[in-house]
Design a protein around this ligand. Structure first.
Ligand SMILES: Nc1nc2c(c(=O)[nH]1)N[C@@H](CN(C=O)c1ccc(C(=O)N[C@@H](CCC(=O)O)C(=O)O)cc1)CN2
Length: 286
């Protein structure tokens, strides 16, 4: 079988073009562009690359960038003061705190301090609660990107059995909430390091979303032929970046979102979408 490519790079480029038009309208009406803020603590090269990418995307669609970089030994108070500053900054429509934070910081306290109306990542507890309640809220970027990628490639979701591997807060936990909404109507099994018989769960699935950070975890012998397989795992090795899906999976999958070029670019595009939607909400509120 030749797997069909779930091309996140091309799809994200389409979305950026659509968003650029909405940003131009907002800028003309408001007299200034929407603004995205980022809070980055420490020297993790991956996090630096992701934040740089977010600001490049902003420049491409006309969103203003506000960047706050703090040293690896920044205190909880320093980080929270930066949050307070962005909460109060009228030029900042929405912002994100790049995760993971250094271990000495309390990430939950930082997220809770954000103004939920400015939470461009949909990770504030109020917004995660709204997601459960089915109330409009910014959605976490990777889960939203996955749903958008599947929809734009006509991968059937209603009634689909989805196996998610990984229970992190940016992907594994929220993706189940999105896919089980009535509008998506999928059935989700969330697997993690405590799951017994992972291969059995994967083989039952029409859609497999691997976000475990375990290189080559999902192999072709585990997959149902024709399944849609999305690689969200990224491990940095001496040989470069390695995903959770073994390359041989393409031999049996019906669709494949590779790493790189699948879900990652969609994550970035959905962040822009969340900022544009926040700006549109603000514009209609006045
Ligand atoms: N506050 C947040 N922190 C983190 C999130 C998040 O959504 N919000 N997700 C990840 C990191 N991330 C965005 O922040 C992210 C990860 C990967 C990519 C990406 O485009 N990946 C490329 C491959 C990697 C590369 O080229 O370096 C791809 O898949 O093509 C974008 C964003 C954790 N932290």
């Amino acid at each position: 079988m030749n797997a069909q490519l779930l091309d996140g790079k091309a799809t994200a480029a389409d979305i950026r073009r659509e968003l650029a038009e909405r940003v131009a309208k907002l800028t003309a009406t408001d007299g200034r562009p929407p603004g995205l803020g980022t809070v980055l603590v420490g020297d993790d090269p991956g996090s630096h690359a992701y934040v740089a990418g977010k600001h490049r995307d902003c420049a491409q669609v006309g969103i203003a960038s506000i960047r706050r970089d703090l040293p690896a030994d920044a205190s909880q108070q320093q980080v929270e003061e930066t949050i307070d500053e962005l909460n109060a900054d009228p030029a900042c429509t929405g912002y994100i705190v790049q995760l993971p934070l250094p271990r000495h910081l309390d990430a939950n306290a930082v997220l809770e301090r954000m103004d939920p109306a400015k939470d461009a990542d949909g990770l504030h507890p109020v917004n995660l609660g709204r997601l459960i309640l089915g109330v409009e809220a910014p959605l976490p970027c990777t889960p939203r990107g996955i749903v958008e990628l599947l929809r734009r490639h006509d991968v059937p979701l209603a009634g689909a059995r989805v196996c998610v591997i990984g229970r992190g807060i940016t992907v594994g936990r929220p993706i189940g909430l999105l896919l089980t909404r009535r509008s998506e109507n999928a059935t989700v099994t969330l697997c993690h390091t405590g799951t017994k018989g992972l291969a059995w769960h994967v083989r039952e699935a029409d859609i497999v979303i691997a976000a475990a950070g375990s290189p080559g975890l999902v192999t072709k012998d585990m997959l149902r032929p024709g399944a849609a397989v999305l690689d969200v795992g990224i491990t940095r090795t001496d040989q470069g970046l390695v995903g959770d899906i073994h390359p041989d999976a393409a031999q049996v999958a019906g669709w494949i979102a590779p790493m790189p070029g699948g879900v990652g670019p969609m994550t970035r595009a959905m962040l822009l979408a969340n900022v544009v939607e926040a700006a549109e909400r603000n514009a209609t509120a006045v």
